[in-house]
Structure formats: structure tokens, C-alpha cells
Ligand binder design. Sequence first.
Ligand code: 2RA
Length: 338
Amino acid sequence: MAYNVGILGATGAVGQEIIRLLHEREFPIAELRLLASARSAGKTQSFGDKSWTIQEATPESFAGLDVCIFSAGGDQSKLFAAEAVKRGCIVVDNSSAFRQDPNVPLVIPEINPDSVDNHQGILANPNCSTAISLMGLYPLHKAFGLKSFIASTYQAVSGSGAGGLIELDQQAHAWAEGGEMKQEVYPHQIAFNLIPHVDKFLDDGYTKEEMKMLNEGRKIMGIDDLRVTCTCVRVPVFRAHSISISAEFEKPVTVEAAREAVRNFEGAELVDNPANAEYPMPLNYSEVVPCGVGRIRKDLVFDNGLALWVTGDQLWKGAALNAIQIAELLHKKGKLSS
Ligand code: 2RA
């Protein structure tokens, strides 16, 4: 069986990775329809020896599609998701528009695959820094029962889309060559700097990105009383996010049992050999499917606590890959109709 697949936001950094991964993972495609704003309509997009003309997204664009991956931001998702569902198209949405809607499953296939069983046409893909963190935390939750965690993120510029990648590249060149640094995406220079500010600030001093770690973590892992404090930081790294985590558990922990839990968890890879300077790093986890987990040690603040470090490709597990894995899961369960 092959499906009619759409991508809304096909020209963005995530859209490009969706096209690539659909082909590399041999998703069964009958028709691939690339949708974007009027500005990009008519442009040609190619991958390998195939090419497509980008169409302007309108409500009618979704007719005849079995599934469409939305990656054009929350406003476009709100504008088109119901229109797509009305036309029989399942929506896998990358934006935050529906993540907290109780009728919309928020899915990481390795963690809550059964949540897709009761979808009502829309399924949500989690935020990138949350998804990558949970690839390290969830196996530990299964082993010891997660109560709370404190996280600091190190988020690559790919999380800001193509504009973030261009800005870091331009500023690094300007620094090396003595040119003028352009600053359009971030409120401060990102090259050779750290910006403790990802997404908008809320009244309590946290950012929206930081609260996603709590709210999405609770929903995906099904821990209603989970407590989280998070600080999100943009770093001058091109494309993989990393997260430093101190977590507190219900049951006593050991480092060996924690390593074993991570080793046995699909989607994570244990890289934890400090004696040989082996731990996950963004350069080793760009364009890699599993997330790397390492630096596992007893936390010195919490009782039953562990400290750990997780790295994963923001454009893949944090966006395009997880969305495609949701579509693959629907296909495997016979829930994508054609
Ligand atoms: C980031 N939250 O800024 C974004 C990507 N989803 O990294």
C-alpha cells in the first residue's frame, strides 16, 4: 500500500529534512505534494532524481491526501488543520498549536505508541528540546519512577529554522574575515556567545520553551504531577540540541542499572565512557537517528537522583524524524487509509 503524502512548509529547514527522510526511510509514497505559502508557490524542489513544483496551500490542497506533515508554524497549523481533516487527511503537526489539546495525542513512538489509537485526525509532534530530553529520561522513568527534574538546554541554531543557520554562518565568517555581523534572528550576537532566551518570555520569568519541558513531558510520559525547572539556552552549534539533566526518582538508583535501562531503550544510544572521553556531542549526533545519552552519575543534590547528558539531532528526532515515525507507526497499525 502506498499513500498520498503532503508536506505543509516544504521549503523550511524541517520541511527539507522531511523530504529527505521520507525518501531515505522508504516511506510508501504514491504522490508527494509540497505545499507552502504563496511566496514559494511555483518554485521547484528536488531530491535525488525527483522534483516537484511547490503549490500554494489552500483548504482544497489537502483533498486526496492520506497524511500531511505540517511544519509551517502554529498560525498555519490553526488555519489548515481542520480543513485537512475535513477532507480525510490525517495531520501530523510539528507546531505547538495542538500539543496540549486533550483530543490530540502528543507522540514519541518509542514512548507512547498507543496514544495514536484514539486520534481524531490530528496528531502532535513534541517540541525538539523536550523530545530529545525524554529519550534519555523515559528509560530511567521506567526503571525508577521519575518525580522531578532540573534541565539546562544547549539548543542549536537549527531550532530557529534556516534563518538561524544562516545567521551563525554569516557571523562566524564576519568574525574570521573582519566583516560586519548581521543580526536579524536573535536579539544578540550568537557566534561565540550563549543566549539564555529561547522563545517568548512569560510573566513568571520562564520562557514558553522552558514550560514545554514540563507540560509536554507530563503529557507524553503520563506523569501528571511531574515537577520540572528548565533553563533554555541558544548556543552557537549548527544542528543538534543537548540537555544537561538532574533527575529525582521514586526508587533507589544505581548508575549501572541506569546505563542498562538506556542501553535497552530503542531510540537511545549509551555513550558513557568518561575514562576515554566518550560522551555524546552535537557533532557526533547530527544526522543520526538515535539520541546519545551519557555522563550518567549519581546526582549529589537529590535523594534517588541521577545526573545525565542527552544529545540529539534537532531537525530529526526533534522534528522531521519523529513526525515521520508517527506516520510510520500509523501505517504499521493499519491506521493510514488510502
Ligand atoms: C528551538 N523550539 O528554538 C525550537 C525548535 N522547535 O530550538
